[in-house]
Design a protein around this ligand. Structure first.
Ligand SMILES: NC(=O)c1ccc[n+]([C@@H]2O[C@H](COP(=O)([O-])OP(=O)(O)OC[C@H]3O[C@@H](n4cnc5c(N)ncnc54)[C@H](OP(=O)(O)O)[C@@H]3O)[C@@H](O)[C@H]2O)c1
Length: 236
């Protein structure tokens, strides 16, 4: 018998919201879910919920704005499981929802970038060696239609620009990792009922997570360097 090894997925910001739902959906598909959250107890609780359902999950503390936290995770994962098939850069903040370009502080702008851009930037660079060991590695950058230059309007400048930068990072990382068989895509989950999306959002959390799961589970020769919602390409 030549059994395929269990696939391994790391999800950031998986203590709640779309991150938790993505971890659950991947675990349901047989992945070992590496459930990370900035507070250890949130990661532990989320992983325990998956384990109670009979799924494979491990908790990790990861604050994506702290390089020391990223290095500690890199070291832990390099030791065990020593491979990564999927990295879901889900952790994100939306700090300037009700502010315009002339109201938002520079501090808030930088704070948004630390999480939404530099988090994925550091994680992709730190974990690329583990992704290269996969048969078919995949990075999913959870972006937003708000980051699309196509139709870009006013308001929420920090959030929008951070996601535009994340989209550019997606293209560059996809181009540079293509030769290693690692796909890198950006996805928009749509407007989803989470703490961030609010109660008026039209989409349920499971539906929103589907866009992320689609990109995480693409076949070996699936698309790379794209921007997708519901498995369909959308304009940058
Ligand atoms: N909801 C929507 O309508 C929508 C639309 C488009 C895109 N998105 C994107 O989808 C992703 C998930 O959003 P969501 O709706 O699930 O939001 P959410 O419910 O507010 O969850 C955000 C998650 O990010 C985590 N996080 C924030 N800063 C972090 C850090 N420094 N280190 C680690 N984790 C951190 C939070 O952890 P804590 O619990 O520790 O705060 C939480 O788990 C985000 O990237 C967001 O921009 C959402």
């Amino acid at each position: 018998m030549n059994e395929k090894p269990q696939k391994i997925a790391l999800i950031t910001g998986a203590g709640r919201g779309l991150g938790y739902e993505t971890a659950l959906a991947l675990a349901e598909r047989g992945y070992l879910a590496l459930v990370s959250a900035r507070r250890w107890e949130d990661a532990e609780r989320a992983a325990a919920k998956l384990q109670e359902k009979g799924y494979a999950a491990r908790p990790y503390a990861l604050d994506v704005v702290h390089i020391g936290s990223i290095i500690a995770l890199e070291n832990a994962l390099t030791a065990d499981p020593a491979r990564l098939d999927v990295l879901v850069n889900n952790a994100g903040v939306y700090l300037d929802e009700d502010e315009g370009l002339f109201e938002v502080s520079e501090a808030k702008f930088r704070e948004t970038f630390e999480t939404n851009f530099y988090g994925p930037f550091h994680l992709i660079r730190a974990l690329a060696p583990l992704l290269r060991r996969s048969e078919a590695g995949a990075v999913v950058n959870v972006s937003s239609g708000y980051g699309a230059l196509n139709g870009m309007g006013g308001g929420s400048a920090a959030y929008r620009v951070s996601k535009t930068a994340l989209n550019a990072l997606t293209r560059i990382a996809a181009a540079e990792l293509r030769k290693d068989g690692v796909k890198v895509n950006a996805v928009c989950p749509g407007w989803v009922r989470t703490a961030m999306g609010g109660s008026l959002a039209p989409r349920g959390i499971r539906e929103g997570a589907q866009s992320i799961v689609w990109a995480a589970t693409l076949p070996k020769h699936g698309p790379t360097g794209g921007f997708f919602r519901d498995g369909k390409a959308i304009p940058w």
